[in-house]
Ligand binder design. Sequence first.
Ligand code: CUA
Length: 337
Amino acid sequence: MSIFRSLHLLPESASTFAGNYNWLAAFLLLVSTFFTGLIFVLIVYFSLRYRRRAPDEVPGETQEWAALEITWIVIPLLIALVMFGWGAALFDTMRRPPKQGITINVQGKQWMWKTQHPDGSREINELHVPVGVPIRLVMTSNDVIHDFAIPAMRIKQDVLPGRFTEEWFTATKTGEFELFCSEYCGTDHSLMRGKITVLEPHEYEAWLAAHTISETPAQSGERLFVSQGCQQCHGQIAPSLAGVFGHEQILTDGSHVLADENYLRESILNPQAKIAAGYPPIMPTYTGRLTPDQLFDLVAYIKTLGNESPTTRPNLDTMINQPPAVNSSPGPQRSKE
Ligand code: CUA
């Protein structure tokens, strides 16, 4: 990898994904280069070797060579399967955040990023995170499609209006890294960039403590829960929300759905989409009645219901030095650079 680094072909590698990601990229590049070269050389060689030498020349009869044909089918197939297996294993790791870790809300809007920590601390075009702790980003857009990309962490994910998307990473080194919007989103798309600052855990805690927060998102959410009248139904004619988050819910059609942030969001904005089994479809929609911030707050509050350890002040000690990924499938080698 050092050749990539010295030629500046790769951004810095600062997450647990980066090593494996780099090796996979190098493997794809190597295989493509090899076969491009091989085909190029063979085209030149064959066109010289088998060119027509006289105007009346007729080529001799050729025989099929089964062994050769099988070889050039089987070898590329095996190489392609390695690419698929390796890529799928890495993709799976990148799509499944570990249970422990910090969840940070991200809002994209033309043309800035707003981030919010579990305790309520907010930032604009910046994000401070502790090293060695899984960071899960739950993201939405206030207007058009954006994309939250941190090259040094090897993550990027579209940020869409009308739903939550997520991505996660665990930083492996402290320092400052660039953050980009990597989906063209209008005039100032190219200015929609920012900075990720990775701190030692105690520095992160000090950074959080330096912010005076009047209310955590969960506290604001609790106020909303009352002012919007949610508690008038939930727990009585509507399902209790205690312990809903993070568990499978059974719907009226018998199917199951995992109650994640996106499910809570959809159930608030479009309650008829997925009806909990045993309850009538009577909830009114809250589309247009909540700002994106209020939605995040409400979801944050619902997450604390029936949950003994609300995540407002994460205990970093329990999150550090966890295995880098919760991927049970062995996958190809996970190399450290
Ligand atoms: Cu936001 Cu490009």
